[in-house]
Structure formats: C-alpha cells, structure tokens
Design a protein around this ligand. Structure first.
Ligand code: SF4
Length: 66
C-alpha cells in the first residue's frame, strides 16, 4: 500500500500519463476530463514516477493533520 494521495482535478489536464505509468492506482479513459484515483495498492516508486511525470504536477500526497 502507498501513502494516500489525490489528484487536484482543477489542475489535471487529462493526458492520462499517470494511468499509463501506474494503472493500479490511476484510471483514465478517453472522454474523461481528468484521471481518477482507483486504489492505493501499489508500490510507492510507481506512484512517485506518476507524480514526477505528471505534466501539471497535480498528484499530491494527503497532508496529515491539515
Ligand atoms: S498525469 Fe497528471 S495531468 Fe495527466 S491525467 Fe494524470 S493527474 Fe491528470
């Protein structure tokens, strides 16, 4: 399991690269405006690769205690 994270849907441009990199955590289908988080059952490295490759850097870890 990874740390919980979310997509800032205001910033997501729907290019789908997160779902290409980490399909167990992200879903993107043609016609969708934004990707969706579909799970946290994955390796941290893959999620971080998706975060690093996101063109708008709109995938974030949930902040604790905010
Ligand atoms: S990589 Fe980023 S901008 Fe692209 S679909 Fe995923 S969350 Fe949205």
């Amino acid at each position: 399991m990874t740390k919980p994270f979310y997509i800032d849907e205001e910033a997501c441009i729907g290019d789908g690269s997160c779902a290409d990199i980490c399909p167990c955590c992200f879903s993107f289908e043609p016609g969708m405006d934004t990707a969706r988080v579909v799970g946290f059952d994955c390796e941290e490295e893959l999620v971080e690769a998706a975060m690093d490759n996101c063109p708008t850097r709109c995938i974030h870890y949930e902040e604790k205690g905010g």
